[in-house]
Design a protein around this ligand. Structure first.
Ligand SMILES: Cc1cc2nc3c(=O)[nH]c(=O)nc-3n(C[C@H](O)[C@H](O)[C@H](O)COP(=O)(O)OP(=O)(O)OC[C@H]3O[C@@H](n4cnc5c(N)ncnc54)[C@H](O)[C@@H]3O)c2cc1C
Length: 430
């Protein structure tokens, strides 16, 4: 499965037209190749270039930067995951440590390079509307207590004062997360790469030939490099790695048109906020700085990597309903954009980090919450590949690896009913 995202992402549409892509044509040689220019690959290439300022590093992307999942997500940079099951406090602490380093690095890069990506740190809201959500919220707050992490509990009234909706029965605000325009963030990072990183876009790699010098085959050329960092997330199995450790899921998001002045006044609440649901596949909602509403919910298993347009239309209808339930006064407001994006999921809610072959390292599988973890893992992957050592590296290495998955037909038999059950459980949070 090669990346082929749909062209309807509202974040990407909001960016200016990029200059023409530089593509792989003919034979390219490099000291290092980094494959995939999402958040993981961008962080990996930058860090590698800092370690090795004289090396020629190629960063190769199948699409345009910002067009993949890293530019089409909900824009939460999250340090504390709240969906993982069966994760003890020690492991949770190490995960927070790593993700926090990712946010710290991104904050620094955004500041140093003056990247205009609407970065904001007002905190991440949690909201529960139904009984399953309330139970999950209670569990999550207990985990935060165990971790010694701060939060502010919010009752229905306080949530309404911030968001303008009376939909939620209880929630919380956590400091430490950031909100961004994700496509602007990754485009900005690509524009500020160190001079020894050469970015190639619209250059899908079809195959990786192993050897002391690796050969990466593209449509109109090839790359030869002795070292490779793989940052292709859900597409990694198509290149022959981590085949039975992850599976792809499509998830969906929509952005309304910009609200008019009277609509903004009718909505009330703060001018910018972001709220996540307590249960998977429930609804994430944001009010963006340019005064749109983002709705994200739903997930679909399509292992072939192609999603019929009608599946996106179905998601759009669900998003309209989610908007109407929360903001009846905005029921008439159009969803200007609805899109899908691919995330990688493991059976045990954990990521892969490390060596894949003697001269190939990879970081992937963030279970739908990979912006902060991806940035950290990318940086640390470069450290690992050059043999550096640090507490953070020890933390990321010590995390459990993705468990083996059953073979594809059995996997499909398990994933589809599990997703159907999750959607039923999340009904009150949709
Ligand atoms: C709708 C949606 C909402 C989400 N919300 C959030 C959120 O709020 N917060 C959060 O933390 N996470 C969120 N996520 C998940 C997050 O986007 C991902 O976890 C993260 O982007 C993973 O980053 P990555 O760089 O590892 O992978 P990607 O962003 O998928 O990057 C991999 C890149 O590799 C390229 N590539 C793949 N194969 C090849 C090949 N053969 N040759 C060349 N290039 C190749 C792809 O085109 C792609 O650009 C969301 C995802 C979606 C889709």
């Amino acid at each position: 499965m090669l990346p082929a995202d749909d062209p309807h992402c509202g974040w990407y549409a909001g960016l200016p037209e990029p200059p023409p892509a530089r593509r792989i044509r003919g034979r390219e040689r490099a000291d290092w190749a980094v494959l995939g220019a999402g958040i993981t690959g961008l962080a990996a290439a930058r860090r590698l270039a800092e370690h090795l300022p004289d090396a020629r590093i190629l960063l190769v992307e199948a699409q345009r930067v910002g067009f993949g999942a890293s530019g089409r997500n909900s824009g939460f940079l999250t340090e504390i995951g709240h969906y993982e099951k069966g994760v003890g406090p020690d492991e949770r602490r190490r995960r927070v440590h790593v993700a926090r380093a990712g946010i710290g690095a991104l904050r620094e890069w955004v500041r140093t390079h003056d990247i205009a990506c609407a970065w904001s740190e007002e905190g991440r809201l949690h909201g529960a509307a139904g009984d399953a959500g309330l139970r999950a919220l209670e569990r999550f707050l207990r985990q935060l207590d165990d971790l010694g992490e701060p939060y502010e509990e919010l009752d229905a009234g306080k949530l309404e004062a911030i968001t303008g909706t009376s939909h939620y029965r209880a929630g919380a605000r956590l400091p430490g997360s950031a909100l961004v325009q994700p496509a602007a963030l990754v485009r900005g990072l690509a524009g500020a790469l160190p001079p020894n990183v050469v970015l190639f876009e619209q250059s899908p790699v079809h195959a990786i030939r192993p050897g002391g010098t690796l050969r990466l085959e593209c449509e109109e050329g090839s790359i030869e490099a002795p070292h490779l960092l793989l940052a292709t997330n859900a597409f990694t199995p198509a290149l022959g790695f981590l085949r039975r450790r992850m599976f792809p899921l499509f998830v969906f998001a929509s952005l309304t048109r910009v609200l008019t002045g009277p609509e903004q006044s009718a909505l009330g609440g703060d001018r910018e906020w972001g709220l996540v649901p307590e249960v998977r596949v429930g609804t994430t909602v944001r009010r963006t700085p340019d005064q749109r509403i983002l709705i994200r919910n739903g997930a679909c298993y399509a292992p072939g990597g192609r999603l019929p347009r009608r599946r996106i239309e179905k998601a759009r209808a669900a998003h309209r309903r989610s908007l109407r339930i929360r903001f009846p006064d905005l029921a008439h407001v159009d969803l200007e954009y609805t899109w899908a994006g691919v995330v990688a999921i493991s059976l045990n809610d954990t990521s892969f980090f490390g060596r894949l072959a003697p001269n190939v390292f990879g970081a992937a599988v963030y279970n739908g919450v990979g912006m902060a973890m991806g940035a950290a893992s990318g940086m640390l992957l470069a450290d690992e590949a050059i043999g550096a050592e640090s507490d953070l590296l020890r933390d990321v290495r010590s995390l459990p690896r993705p468990a083996w998955l059953p073979p594809p037909p059995l996997l499909a038999l398990g994933v589809r009913p599990a997703l159907a059950w999750m959607h039923r459980r999340a009904r009150a949070e949709l």
